[in-house]
Each structure stands twice: as C-alpha cells, then as structure tokens.
Design a protein. Structure first.
Lengths: 217, 152
C-alpha cells in the first residue's frame, strides 16, 4: 500500500517500461482524444455503404466491433507489427517494404480507408516510399488514410496498439513486441510519398508527433 | 440440443480427439468439437463447431456458430457468430454477422459482417439472422480530456 503511494517498485513485472519486461497491455491506459479519427470516420461514411478499411495494427476486439458492426465496413486486419518484428529479429529490415507490399493483396482502387497508426515511423525511407506508393494505388477516390508520424528520430521506441474507445478518442496500449528505431519524416516527404493524395488535416500532438489525414481526390 | 450448444461441450456433442487427423470433407448435423487436425472443408450449417485448444484446422469452415480456441488456417463463414477466444488463432477471412475476438487472440485476414448471410444462404435456408446492433466500443465517453502526461 505504502509502496504504491510512494510509487516504489515501478519497475515490477507489470511495468511496461521495465527492460525486457512484459509489455502486454492490460487496457487500463487513459483514453486520449483524436481530432483526425472522427474526420477519418466521416470520410468513410461519405464513401457509401460497406466501406473497405485496412488496419495495419493487430486485431483488437473493440476495433472490429466499431468498424464491422457499427459502421458496417469490411475490415482487413493486416497485423503488420508482427511482420515488423519478424524482420527486425532476422536483421532484414531493408526487405520489409517489399514484404508489406506483397502482403497487401487488395485490388487497385478498392480501398476506402487505411489506418496506418504509427507504422511508417518504423520503416526506412525506401520501404516507406514503396509501401506508400502501393497504398496510393489501392485507394478509391475520396478514400482516407490516417497515420501518426513522429517529428524526431528515436533510437528505440516501443510498439503501440491503438484501440478505438469511441468516435473521438483512442487508447494507446502497449504492444508486447520489442519495438525498434523510429525515423522522422518531414511534412514535404510525407506529401511527396503519398502524391497525388493531399493532406486534409494535420495536428501536432502533445508528444510532438503529427496526426495526419490524407485524402485521395 | 440447440438451446445449450453454446460451447460445444454438452453431453451429445461429437468430439474429434487429439490424435485424429482428417483429410477431406466433413459434413454433419450435430454440434462438433475438434481437438485433432482437419484439412479440407467442414460444413455444419445448422450447428456449432468448436475448435478446441489442441485443434489444428486447415480448411474452409461453414457453420451456424464457430468457437475457436485452437488454430485455423482458412476462411470461416458462420450464419450466427464467430468467437475467437484467448490464444485462438485464425489466418483467413471471416464472414459472420457477429464476430467476437478476445484479448490475446491472433487474427489476420478480412472480416465481413454484412455479406455473411448471403454467402451461406445458398444452401442454408432460413437460418441466417440479421446483424445485431453493435455494442458500443468499450471505454470512456466521448471528449474525455487527455491527461497532461498522456503520450500524445
């Protein structure tokens, strides 16, 4: 009790920051508001019935309920963090872009929405360009892409799962994966990478990452 | 039988044991629990299929409800519900009006809750139910303020 009050033992087995500790989230993290997410949902709604959405993150039951049951979308769960972890362990990060490209099997012009979350932070520039070009081809006109992009490089960053709490907020949960190096992309690089998509919304967050919504005209 | 078939564990449920390996097509009109290996196609259009923790399925699955505690590689279609429990794993596409995925489950593929009935109605008349309204995603009400030390 006293140790809890004084915050002793914060590097216990459940502490996600403990080196080598179990980072699997218990889902108790606070919900945080998102300005881009409601606009992403609104973009999907304007695409008509049964929008097709790709989620780059791992499967989360509430996200499936939100997009599948509530919005009536067809949802593709790609769980690309697993692919990221596999390549990191094998030391083949340079091949990640082509691996992701071959895993995304959706037809050209068939996708209404893509949730990148912060996946692009973990890609090198060549891989990021390759994946971005592939996504652009898959998008339907009017489709939207939502992602988080860091503003400064991080030598080692943990992986995050993004759980949808409601229409305007997300819960950022710890992913059990080891994580890796994050690279920062400039705004102009993001715009060029996703050309001809346009940046519809961009918000600078408290943690200095940018929440960006791109739209295909 | 239909009323208490939720977990495929009732007295009359058929069980395929751990050591059993089936290659081919599996059809039936009883609830079934699989703890062994099946490769091919499984059709239990009026019944509940449970893939136990030891079950390893490499097949196309059609059932009224599918409960997965083991491993499935292949597409799963259910007229009522697909339930992937903790440590359950699915690599394939799901078509069902209701899908529940537990924390700790693995899934990769597509989920379609709209076309689920249409896909199985061809040979299954009258059993499909419309999608139930969504349970709102768990969590706090909209507009919860971010704490100062939040990660964003």
């Amino acid at each position: 009790m006293l140790s809890k009050i004084l915050n002793w033992g914060s590097k216990g087995p459940d502490d996600p920051n403990r080196p080598g500790g179990d980072r699997s989230s218990k889902g108790n993290e606070p919900a945080v508001p998102s300005k881009a997410f409601p606009k992403f949902v609104s973009a999907l709604s304007s695409q008509g019935e049964s929008a097709t959405v790709i989620d780059f993150g791992p499967v989360i039951g509430t996200n499936v309920a939100y997009f599948g049951e509530r919005l009536g979308c067809k949802l593709f769960i790609e769980d690309l963090l697993t692919e990221l972890e596999r390549h990191r362990k094998a030391g083949t990060m340079a091949d990640l872009g082509s691996a992701v490209e071959s895993r995304l099997r959706q037809e050209e012009g068939s996708v209404d929405g893509v949730l990148l979350w912060d996946y692009f932070d973990f890609l090198d520039k060549a891989s990021a360009q390759r994946v971005a070009s592939h996504i652009v081809k898959m998008m339907k006109p009017g489709g939207a892409i939502m992602g988080f992009f860091c503003t400064s490089a991080v030598e080692h960053a943990p992986l995050t799962k993004y759980e949808i709490v409601d229409d305007t907020s997300l819960r950022l949960r710890a992913h059990p994966g080891a994580g890796g190096k994050k690279l920062a992309l400039h705004n102009r690089e993001i715009i060029k990478m996703f050309d001809p998509l346009v940046v519809a919304e961009s918000f600078l967050l408290k943690n200095n990452s940018r929440e960006i919504l791109l739209r295909k005209r | 039988m239909a009323g208490n078939a939720q977990h495929g564990l009732e007295k009359n449920a058929v069980n395929i044991g751990k050591s059993v390996v089936i290659k081919g097509e599996l059809n039936g009109s009883e609830d079934l629990t699989i703890e062994g290996q099946v490769e091919g196609k499984i059709e239990l259009r009026q019944n509940v299929l449970t893939i136990g923790p030891n079950g390893r399925i490499k097949a196309q699955v059609f059932a009224k409800a599918v409960i997965i505690l083991g491993e499935v590689v292949g597409n799963v279609s259910a007229t009522e519900k697909v339930d992937i429990r903790d440590n359950g794993s699915v690599d394939g596409d799901i078509a069902s009006p209701r899908v529940a995925i537990a924390e700790g489950a693995h899934f990769r593929g597509s989920i379609d809750m709209q076309k689920a009935g249409a896909k199985t109605e061809k040979s299954d008349k009258g059993d499909a139910k419309p999608a139930t309204p969504a349970a709102a995603p768990a969590g706090q009400p909209a507009g919860s303020p971010a704490p100062a030390n939040a990660t964003r």
